[in-house]
Design a binder for this molecule. Structure first.
Ligand SMILES: [Zn+2]
Length: 383
């Protein structure tokens, strides 16, 4: 089987003969050809999609050196078909895959870390390294990757002899046997790989690291290249513009304004809680001291205020157990407190009866009920 994607990665359409077609899983068919331009899933690069004659190619994988196309319709063995690759999807993969080479190559060169995981998703490409990088280091690497992209250097494909390979310093995920294909990006990377790559680095357009998390003792970087980076930029531009309009502020000021708003909100919340505390104190006298359970429904309280009011009521012996609920339309936030009973047990029992969630300490539990006011009354007072 001739692998066109390997020799000529820019083949978008091709003619081939159907050599076999078998029924697959869930109404699909497994089709083999004498030659194919469809890249099978491998090395972190997803499979190509497209069409073979009138059938859609849903997936492609390699089994025992043969490329198997999963299609949604059967194709007659012996007939000739035209294969058409979903080129936008494939080119996205080529841009991101080649960009990832340079990123991994430079991280390896400067810090000695290996790429230990690579995943190309629909909206995100992630690369895992087995060492920790700071944001500053990542930005430096990102600059260097883009210098190589802007330099528009050729992506070189090498097939070294067994002798040559012994003296060659290259990245590889596993011990390789047989003919090894080396992808070299001068100044960027030397790596054994059988994926599809762009011909010159300029075609990558841009590489942007979009996120970093600590992962398994190293870091997981999110990155995007080319069209995917452009789409991401457009999406983020829209978000930033809408925030800027909503705040009536210039873009470079919105971080400061949001920080100031958070601070102001903190002060307001503190003041509000103080005022609520005074309000709850003044309303305490409306409740006589009691050995019976006390149930209170209050509109529009935040969980912290529900807890404040509940604490105040049970600490002043206004009930053997005090349940304060706030909400409506069948959804209630609650706080349940008592100095006499274990609230973990009671809240568990009420959660069971009232489709609830939550928990807490022996003194106070908090959570949510999904029930009517009537059901809460019944469950709590008739316990
Ligand atoms: Zn590659």
């Amino acid at each position: 089987m001739e692998k066109l994607y390997y020799e000529r990665p820019y083949v978008k359409t091709f003619e081939a003969e159907v050599t076999d077609c078998k029924p697959g899983k869930k109404g699909t068919f497994y089709v083999t050809l004498d030659r194919t331009g469809f890249y099978p899933e491998g090395g972190g690069q997803p499979a190509d999609q497209g069409t073979l004659g009138s059938a859609n190619v849903l997936d492609v994988h390699e089994k025992d050196e043969t490329v198997v196309h999963t299609t949604d319709a059967p194709l007659e063995p012996g007939t000739r078909v035209t294969g058409t690759i979903d080129w936008e999807r494939r080119f996205d993969h080529m841009q991101n895959h080649t960009g990832e080479h340079i990123l991994s190559g430079l991280v390896h060169k400067h810090y000695g870390y290996d790429n230990v995981g690579f995943h190309m998703g629909k909206d995100e490409v992630t690369v895992d390294f087995n060492g920790v990088l700071t944001m500053e280091q990542i930005e430096e690497i990102e600059d260097q990757v883009n210098e190589i992209i802007f330099g528009n250097v050729p992506v070189v494909e090498l097939f070294p002899t067994e002798e040559e390979i012994k003296t060659l310093d290259y990245r590889s995920k596993k011990e390789l046997t047989g003919q090894v294909r080396i992808i070299e990006i001068p100044g960027g990377d030397v790596c054994a790989c059988c994926g599809t790559h762009v011909i010159t680095t300029g075609e990558i357009g841009l590489l942007k690291v979009t996120g970093m998390i600590h992962y398994k003792g190293g870091v997981r970087l999110s990155m995007l290249c080319g069209r995917k980076a452009m789409e991401d930029y457009r999406k983020k531009q829209k978000i930033v513009t809408s925030i800027s309009v909503a705040l009536s502020a210039k873009m470079d000021k919105i971080t400061d304004i949001v920080e100031k708003m958070r601070e102001d909100n903190g002060h307001k919340e503190y003041k509000l809680n103080q005022l609520y505390m005074e309000l709850f104190q003044s309303r305490l006298q409306a409740y006589p001291q009691s050995e019976e359970p006390l149930l209170v429904f209050e509109p529009d309280l935040a969980p912290v205020q529900i807890r404040q009011f509940c604490t105040l009521l049970y600490e002043n012996q206004k009930g053997s157990a005090v349940l304060v609920c706030s909400g409506g339309d069948g959804v209630w936030q609650y706080a349940l407190g008592s100095a006499a009973q274990d609230m973990r047990i009671l809240s568990k029992s009420l959660n069971g009866k009232l489709n609830g969630r939550g928990g807490g300490s022996a003194l106070i539990s908090q959570g949510t009920f999904h029930a009517s006011e009537e059901d809460i009354r019944k469950a709590f007072l008739e316990q």
